[in-house]
Design a protein around this ligand. Structure first.
Ligand code: AMP
Ligand code: SF4
Length: 449
């Protein structure tokens, strides 16, 4: 998973890219980078860590120009170090190009082998780097070269390209991950989530459509379809967990969907209890929905130390375990002597929920009934969300009853796949309303290699 941001025709392109990436920080914490063009040359700064760390000495202020793209990275393919930080910048016969990618290419390994056998030399081990290689082979014009590259890659990709004079956005034919277009006076903004448009004061215009390539240059916007859209496969995890609650995906509020998920699981499994609490932050909206539906009081039973990042996002299990302990604590007065409904968005490896049940009981909760607003995750994601390898997924090898016992809860229920779909029901008139549910049911929307 990653976050991408692009801006065209703004004198403060670097500052706004910085703000935009900051608002997309939840999508990746391992590295951040910004490329800015002044119309003649692309200037780049990339660093590891959070946006504030990567640009710790205000390095973005040294990037001058009016076009920009930026990226926050969360490793799914390749190492997490600086060489794999994006945007990647390369030179082809038509000039310089920078590229930022959100998603994961399922055929990158095969394409890379093929290119290497034909003499290409790779500088990173990220899946994205095959794209510049195919662009370089096609040569200018850039629009054609990008389309040629997009026709050979397969998988999930929301992509931003920047040349010295153009900003180009592309969305894969299934539209796995969101990509939105906004307008800020005479400037255009493209971002993974609408919260990044809000932060720089841009107005939402529309989403980039599946199979669309949008070229933004001095003449304006030029939309081209590089591939027939396939049936829509928006990642349901974007709604469940990943996107920020103040973002909208396909004009549907993420917060509203999360509340509805809470209501839905309450309808599916009514529970005798004294109060409802949510696991901060991503379980809170669903817990409020659950409380509203059940009539039980909603309590702030857990606190999150906001100076510790997302635990799961740390690429290593030991760091993840330590992270949970540092991150969450219980408000003893709220839960002592109470039967608690505990709402969270997902169980991946089971580290978080086991620890939470343990600290709730230690604080005096008499019963903990865990309700999870995603179905059991039984298959790995191939499209850019790190839901772990299959063997690490607790639901791939254990039944809900076994998981319940393992995490020490009094009961455990996952929302049904039908319930998930109904809560994320997208009401606009677009015919492409489908979701990707592959990590729950194993039905991968693309060929898998
Ligand atoms: P685990 O401890 O492995 O069961 O992780 C579950 C917790 O991680 C949940 O509470 C989620 O909020 C969070 N989570 C779920 N999926 C992801 C993901 N792909 N990346 C980062 N965090 C996640
Ligand atoms: Fe999202 Fe799961 Fe599909 Fe991956 S497999 S894109 S996490 S719904």
């Amino acid at each position: 998973m990653c976050g991408i941001f692009g801006i065209f025709n703004h004198s403060q392109a670097a500052e706004l890219s910085y703000f935009g990436l900051h608002s997309l920080q939840h999508r990746g914490q391992e590295s951040a980078g910004i490329c800015i063009s002044d119309g003649e040359q692309i200037h780049t700064h990339r660093g590891t860590g959070l946006v504030t760390e990567a640009f710790g000495h205000d390095q973005h202020l040294q990037l001058s120009g009016h076009i920009g793209i930026g990226h926050v990275r969360y490793t799914t393919t390749g190492d997490s170090g600086l060489p794999n930080a994006q945007p990647l910048v390369f030179r082809y016969t038509g000039g310089q190009v920078a590229v930022a990618h959100n998603g994961n290419l399922v055929n990158a390994g095969r394409l890379r082998n093929q290119l290497e056998r034909q003499g290409s030399i790779f500088q990173t081990n990220s899946d994205t780097e095959v794209v510049p290689h195919f662009i370089a082979r096609s040569g200018p014009p850039i629009e054609q070269a990008i389309q040629d590259a997009l026709r050979v890659i397969e998988g999930a990709y929301a992509l931003l390209f920047m040349t010295e004079t153009k900003l180009i956005a592309a969305q894969d034919p299934r539209g796995f991950h969101p990509l939105s277009l906004g307008k800020l006076a005479d400037a255009w903004v493209v971002a993974s989530e609408t919260c990044a448009l809000d932060v720089c004061g841009a107005e939402f215009v529309r989403q980039i459509e599946p199979g669309e390539m949008l070229v933004i240059d001095a003449e304006g916007l030029h939309s081209q379809s590089f591939m027939e859209p396939s049936s829509r496969s928006i990642c349901s995890f974007e709604y469940i967990y990943f996107a920020r609650p103040d973002s909208e995906i396909d004009a549907i509020s993420v917060h509203t969907v999360r509340k509805e998920l809470g209501r839905q699981i309450c309808r599916e499994v009514p529970t005798e209890a004294d109060l409802v609490i949510g696991v901060p932050d991503s379980g809170l909206a669903a817990a409020i929905g659950y409380a509203e539906e059940s009539g039980l009081p909603y309590e702030m039973g857990m606190m999150k130390n906001r100076y510790v990042g997302r635990t799961f996002i740390q690429p290593d299990q030991e760091l993840r375990r330590k992270g949970v302990r540092m991150k969450l604590s219980v408000v003893r007065k709220a839960v002592e002597g109470k039967r608690v409904v505990l709402v969270d968005d997902s169980i991946v490896r089971g580290t978080t929920s086991g620890r939470i049940v343990e600290i709730l009981k230690a604080a005096g909760a008499t019963e903990v009934h865990m309700r999870v607003t995603s179905p059991p995750i039984m298959h790995p994601c191939l499209y850019g969300i790190d839901t772990a390898r299959r063997m690490e997924l607790i639901a791939a090898t254990q039944t809900p009853a076994e998981i319940c016992q393992k995490i020490g809860a009094d009961s455990l229920h996952f929302i049904s796949a039908e319930g998930l779909i109904s809560a994320t029901d997208r009401t606009d008139s677009s015919p492409n309303q489908g979701h990707c549910l592959a990590c729950f049911n194993g039905n991968y929307p693309t060929p898998t290699s």
